[in-house]
Design a protein around this ligand. Structure first.
Ligand code: F6R
Length: 606
């Protein structure tokens, strides 16, 4: 978690860094800070809370600098306050950190015994103290940075500003870090995510682990990479930056989440185009060349629910057994992993620590590993044997919406490739048309957002929400409840409709709402489950098939859906109704929809 940015260049570095931090707020927003040089001294401004708080302070001073580093925090070590905010500064340097120093405690004790004083409770300050100690012992900055880096354990990225020279240094181990340059304007930046660099650079560089990046306006290339022994390094990948400036704004939408919900039909169409008719077909067929005897899916949160949808595809369509597990459990469970099986990892960011650890475990056990991932070049992308990109574009809303849809659909395309559906023109047409139909139905559904808003207005003050669904709608019940919890801060649970009577039904009374996800399959059984809740005075909101008076008549609020022709894709259709429902409940509750409390988008800690 946490977002880091550094800039050197002709533009006002403080403004550039603040803009970058704003875009990285999805990584954490417990506090924000910047550091730059003024009159030969390192200055630091930092404040608990969102970037707006920091901006308020900076607005009162004259701020202009041609180099600056900054940080937006998701607290791990140390409570949320100004002191624990980054950057951490000393006489000589300022540092910002993303990650965790696992041996921080023992390093700190050792240094305290030698008289080092710490201001904050953070692990990050420990790295700064180590660098300082090296400098005080007469070592140059490069060896101070690298020798200290060797001493810290765990996954981390650091960016360092030096008082005496005009460079910024950066290095990382198993944490995201990207540099970018614009030869045209002379700007050079470093960040946790290429997204922060959009509109400012044209070329981006992904350094390898333990590669030291030196950002220097006076060097011809603006940036040089070094190995830890000081030799020039070639261990980096460069490519043009493809993220448009437009994707960094909300456009006419009040929230990124809503914008991302509305992007879904277009994204579904381009996903199908890419994998069925375009350049992605090869990657898809390559992934299908490994025909697994068993698939282990590991992912977290929403991505894990996309995994449940994919499990359904693989088992029903391909008859391949799938174990879908939470990545955070998988790694400690000593799972049985055998040759011929594959590990499939689903992630928007490609940086989720638990998912990365699950991938590593599968790889160590000799399994081929495959990622369904959004961020190209992310750690998961780099570590897996093969990748299928979900082509969702940048997802800024902390609550994942379009990534879920694209993840599940990429899984469907993989199952199609495994099934030979992409080798037969007739079948190609069927699958392509089905994706187009899904996009069309979601377009229609989005036009009816006001209807869902009206339902949300009636029930948003209820005590709790049960999302229920059977079969392929069960994962959607879990996902619907998660969306509501995280953005509206209300208690919600997802249940397999038939399970409710085995305990949770005790909670039903007239203050509880049942969001019944009713597809055309297992209709009668699902209706019976809804009846059971109705009989106990629960309020019924049903998202169900049009022209079905049985379910409509027992619902307090009914939203009719057109399932025909969608077949196995229908869960992704009904899920958009859930997304809008969560969005509108959150609007009525007045919560911070794009940045819900306590959350960060990219969970790079265990
Ligand atoms: C919920 C949400 C999270 C993520 C989870 C995994 O809306 O966004 O549950 O799905 O943290 O993140 P990724 O997909 O980046 O691995």
């Amino acid at each position: 978690m946490c977002g880091i940015v550094g800039h050197i260049g002709p533009k006002n570095s403080i403004e550039v860094v603040l803009e970058g931090l704003k875009r990285l707020e999805y990584r954490g927003y417990d506090s924000a800070g910047v550091s730059f040089k003024k009159n030969g001294k390192i200055e630091v401004y930092k404040k608990a809370g969102k970037i707006e708080n920091l901006k308020g302070i900076l607005a009162k001073i004259e701020t202009n600098a041609n180099s600056c580093i900054g940080h937006t925090r998701w607290a791990t070590h140390g409570e949320v306050n100004d002191t624990n905010s980054h950057p951490h500064v000393s006489e000589n340097i300022a540092i910002v950190h993303n990650g965790i120093i696992e041996n921080a405690h023992s390093l700190k004790i050792e240094m305290m015994k030698n008289g080092v004083k710490f201001k904050s409770q953070t692990d990050s300050e420990v790295y700064m103290a180590l660098v300082n100690r090296e400098i005080e012992q007469g070592n140059d900055l490069f060896s101070a940075i690298t020798e200290s880096f060797k001493k810290v354990e765990g996954n981390s990225a650091f960016v360092i500003l030096n008082k005496n020279t005009n460079e910024i240094w950066a290095l990382k181990r198993a944490a995201p870090l990207v540099c970018g340059t614009s030869k045209k304007t002379g700007e050079v930046l470093v960040s946790s995510d290429p997204y922060a660099l959009a509109g400012m650079v044209d070329t981006i560089y992904f350094p390898g682990d333990n590669v030291v990046c030196k950002l220097d306006q006076n060097s011809e290339n603006l940036i040089t990479f070094f190995e830890m022994d000081g030799t020039v390094s070639q261990r980096f990948k460069s490519k043009p930056l493809e993220i448009s400036l437009e994707s960094t704004t909300k456009g006419t939408y009040p929230h990124f989440m809503l914008k991302e919900i509305y992007e879904q039909p277009g994204l579904i169409r381009s996903l199908a185009q890419h994998y069925v008719h375009g350049a992605g077909r090869e990657a898809l067929n390559a992934s299908a060349n490994i025909i697994p005897s068993h698939v282990h899916i590991a992912a977290c949160g929403t991505a894990s629910y996309a995994g449940l949808v994919i499990k359904e595809f693989f088992e029903r369509i391909n008859r391949i057994p799938v174990a879908n597990e939470l990545a955070s459990e998988f790694r400690y469970r000593e799972p049985i992993l055998r040759k011929g099986e594959i590990g499939l990892f689903i992630s928007q960011s490609g940086e989720t620590a638990d998912t990365l650890a699950a991938q590593e475990l599968c790889q160590e056990n000799g399994l081929k590993t495959l990622a369904i991932v959004n961020v190209e070049g992310s750690t998961l992308f780099r570590n897996c044997d093969a990748n299928l990109l979900i082509k969702a574009g940048v997802e800024i809303g902390v609550a994942s919406t379009k990534a879920f849809t694209q993840q599940a659909l990429t899984g469907r395309l993989m199952s199609a490739a495994l099934n030979g559906e992409l080798k037969d023109e007739r079948k190609i047409k069927i699958i392509f048309n089905k994706f187009s139909l899904l996009a069309e139905r979601i377009d229609e559904l989005l036009l009816r957002s006001e209807e869902i808003k009206a339902i949300a207005q009636k029930v948003f003050e209820s005590k709790g929400f049960f999302f229920t669904g059977r079969g392929k709608y069960f994962p959607i019940a879990l996902e619907g409840a998660l969306k509501l919890k995280e953005i509206a801060y209300v208690h919600a649970e997802g249940y397999a409709a038939g399970e409710l009577k085995h305990g949770p039904i005790a909670l039903i009374d007239n203050e509880m709402v049942n969001i019944a996800l009713v597809g055309p399959e297992l209709l009668d059984k699902t209706i019976s489950n809804v009846q059971e809740i109705k009989a106990r005075k629960g309020k019924i909101v049903a998202f169900g098939p049009e022209n079905n008076s049985d379910i409509e008549s027992i619902s307090d609020y009914y939203f009719a859906l057109k399932f025909e022709g969608l077949d196995e894709l229908s869960p992704l259709y009904i899920n958009v109704a859930n997304q809008l429902f969560a969005y509108w409940v959150a609007r009525f509750k007045g919560t911070d929809i794009d940045k819900p409390r306590n959350l960060a988008k990219s969970v790079t800690v265990e």
